[in-house]
Structure formats: C-alpha cells, structure tokens
Design a protein around this ligand. Structure first.
Ligand code: NAD
Length: 418
C-alpha cells in the first residue's frame, strides 16, 4: 500500500538537506526539528438541530525564539496534528527568511466548514478561541486566516478573546476587517507577494510579466488575489481552478468576470464562457503555461505531475504543494521553483504591518503597505539568490539555509534554559 504523504516528514527532510548544504551546526537541529508546544483541544458544539458534536482542534507553537508565535488557522476535514506541525515549522522558516520579528505557529480544526451553518461555525470558532485563549495573545501568539478561514472568523476570535480579557484586544489576530483594526492591503497581500515573486524571478531571466501565460491552482484568498493582480499587470491567466475543477482558455481568461462569479458563491465547474474549456485539477497543473502557481493545498506536485509539467517557472502559493520526490524531478528538469516559505510570505509580512499598526495605534495607507511589502520581499529574494550563487543550490535550499542560519543563530546565542 502506498505510504500516506506526511507534510511534517517533507519539511524535516528539506531541513536536514539544508543543514548539510549550508554547513550548519547540527547541535541545535533537535530543537528546530520539534515544536515548542503542541496542543490538542476537543470542542463540544451545540448544532442547530439540538444535537452535540465534538470537534478536534490544534494549536502548534513551533518557535518563538525570534519573536511571538505567528500563524494561521485552518478549517479542513483532513487537518491533523502532523499537518499543523509542518505548517507551524514553515511559519518559523518563513518569518526568518524575510527577517520579520516573529516565530512560527499554526492552528486548525478538523471540520468541513461547508457542512456547518453560519451560527454553528460561529459557535465552533468561539469555543476554539476559549480553548486556546491561555496560549494566544498580541505579545505571545497571533493567529491569522488560512484555508477556509477569513476576516469573519478572525472577528469572532477577536471578539471572544476581548470578552474573556474584558477589553478590546485588536492585536490578538491579524487578517481582521479594516473597520476593526485590520490593515489595508492585508486581504490581498499573499496574492500580491506571489506576483512580486513572479516579477523578481522573471527579471532574473530578463523576462517581463506582460503577456506571460499563468496557470493557477486554487481560487481562494491566495489564488484569487494573485489572479486579479497578475491580470491587472498584463499577464495572461490561461487556467485557474477551485476544488470543483478547473477552466482553461488559450487566449486568456476574463478574471474580473470569473472573480465576480466565484464571489457570488459559484463553483468553477459551473462557469461557462466562449473559448473556455473545463479541465481537472491535475490537468491545470500540467497545462501549457509559462508560470504555474499551485495555491490550494499540500502534496499536489508529486513525481508523476512533476514529470509532466509544461511550465518553466513554479511559484509556490500554497504551503508545501510539492513533495520531496516532485522537487527532485523539478531540479533535474531544470525548472525554476520559487519556494513557498518565500513566495507566499506576503500574508505574514502584511500581518506584521497590521500588528505594528495595532500596537502603535496608527493606520497606514494602502500604498505605504504595498511599497513596504515589496521592499522586504525584494531584499529577502536577493539574500536567497546570493546564497544560491555561493553554494550552487536551488532557490528552495537557498531560502531554507538563510532561514535556518537566523533561527540557529538565535538559538545558539540564547543557549538552552535552564
Ligand atoms: P482558501 O480557503 O481561501 O482557498 C483555497 C482554494 O483552493 C479554494 O479555491 C478551494 O476551492 C481550492 N481547493 C481546495 N482544495 C483543493 C484541491 N484539492 N484541489 C484544487 N483546489 C482546491 O485558502 P487560502 O488562504 O487561499 O490558502 C491556500 C494555500 O495558501 C494554503 O496552502 C495556505 O496555507 C497557503 N497560504 C495562505 C495564506 C493566506 O494569507 N491566506 C498565506 C500563506 C500561505
């Protein structure tokens, strides 16, 4: 029987390679490899029909050595502790590679939110917040949106936490509505970061965004916003998908029309327009394009998909979309991959801006946010490329080495307590 894909094994395997490649002292590897804390909570919720269901939730705090724990909350039926441990580790690496003063964490609930009413979802979110309240806070651990969670869910978390503390605590979550202390530009920040990554990597190959053919897997916060920004910058989105399937048009899709269709609660399998054909999610990954953006879930580009990719560039919008074996084939085929811990860092960078604005009780203009985001990502990209030039490694390895050096430096200078 085929072994179940484990994202935590994936991240540990890349970390081990990065330790060797970057000649990094293994003394602290045991520390980096394990999260500092992993909590499982059981959440009783009264359903609308009067029955009671108990849901399993998680919060994993990987590292706070460089700053408070930071990481999103995911609602998904396949969510489990190892997935959340992997995602928390990626958060520590992500914050380190772009050099913002945060550690890494992640949370989740094993639930398909589509099966719940809005009131059930609200009760579940509030109960989860109550359960993790002792370990979160603006100066300790700051949640944010991830798969199937959004500004509404962040508002319920913020409100529940503030009720428990008896005062408004806007800094406890990021990704909340602007009206409640959210940052301008946060909702689209991860998508914007994908486009910045694309621009940076294309420039390295003397290419431009205009006219570049892009295929995107996932039409949620990351994929949907990336699609809109790519489109507005003159790239040609030839394919896009959601969980129901994908659509493809050789002349380029009408993204504003598709966005409106999806925002109205429709699924892409039902989208119809002249020249548009329907493809499976796997066909979207392997379609003819210049740039592929996997922006849905982990474990999408495995060996078999990697062998059939037709793109030249892969920008990882999702966390961990490529398996270790898929990654090897991508390197052998000399395709250029911009890794998740850098490519999708736009969200946490603007979350950091949101938190800074909350702490200082200031609000920044959207242009200011976008400009600062681009500056941070450009600096980090250049540092990764320098590392690759020195060691001849891939961009993924370069990003891991830069991040690990920062984490390990912090661990070593602090030493082990007691
Ligand atoms: P989302 O829930 O807003 O959207 C997910 C999209 O993927 C939806 O269009 C959904 O239909 C689609 N999808 C789900 N399962 C799929 C499958 N098996 N095949 C194809 N499509 C599928 O989630 P999001 O916030 O856009 O997150 C997407 C990815 O990006 C995740 O890996 C997440 O961890 C990562 N990420 C998100 C953020 C953020 O700010 N939201 C930041 C960094 C990384």
């Amino acid at each position: 029987m085929e072994k179940k894909y484990d994202p935590y094994e994936n991240v540990l395997s890349i970390l081990e390679q990065a330790m060797d490649k970057g000649n990094i002292n293994k003394y602290t590897f045991e520390i980096i490899k394990n999260p500092q804390r992993a909590v499982i909570v059981y959440l009783p919720v009264e359903m609308d029909d009067g029955t009671v269901k108990v849901f399993e939730g998680y919060r994993v705090q990987h590292s706070n050595i460089r700053g408070p724990f930071k990481g999103g909350i995911r609602y998904h039926e396949d969510c489990d502790l190892n997935e959340i441990k992997a995602l928390a580790t990626w958060m520590s690496l992500k914050c380190a590679v772009v050099n913002i003063p945060y550690g890494g964490a992640k949370g989740g609930i094993k639930v398909d939110p589509k099966t719940l009413s809005k009131r059930e979802l609200c009760r579940l979110t509030r109960r989860y917040t109550y359960a993790i309240e002792p370990i979160i806070g603006a100066d300790s651990d700051i949640p944010a949106p991830d798969v199937n969670t959004n500004a509404q869910i962040m508002t319920w978390i913020l409100d529940t936490y503030s009720m428990l503390k008896g005062k408004p605590c806007p800094g406890v979550v990021t990704g909340k509505p602007v009206e409640l202390g959210g940052s301008r530009g946060r909702a689209s920040a991860t998508g914007r970061g994908i486009v910045i990554s694309a621009k940076l990597i294309l420039a390295k190959y003397n290419k431009k965004l205009e006219g570049t053919k892009v295929a995107i897997q996932g039409m949620g916060n990351v994929g949907g916003n990336a699609a809109r920004i790519f489109y507005n910058r003159g790239a040609k989105i030839v394919a896009i998908s959601d969980v129901s399937g994908g659509i493809y048009c050789i002349d380029g899709l009408n993204i504003p029309d598709i966005s409106e269709f999806v925002d109205n609660g429709n699924m892409l399998k039902d989208y119809d327009s002249k020249g548009v054909i329907h493809l499976s999610n796997e066909e979207i990954l392997t379609c003819n394009c210049d740039i592929l953006v996997p922006a849905a879930m982990e474990n999408q580009i495995n060996e078999s998909v990697a062998e059939r990719l037709q793109c030249k560039f892969i920008i990882e919008g999702a966390n961990g979309p490529t398996t270790v074996a898929g990654d090897e084939i991508i390197r052998e085929r000399e395709l250029v991959l911009v890794p998740d811990i850098f490519a999708n860092s736009g969200g946490v960078i603007v979350s950091y801006f949101e938190w800074v604005q909350n702490i200082q009780e200031l609000t920044w203009e959207r242009d200011q946010v976008n400009e600062k985001l681009e500056n941070i990502m450009t600096k980090a990209f250049n540092e990764i490329v320098d590392e690759c030039n020195k060691t001849g490694c891939s961009l993924r390895m370069g990003a891991y080495i830069v991040a690990l050096r920062r984490l390990i430096y912090a661990e070593e200078i602090k030493g082990i307590f007691p």
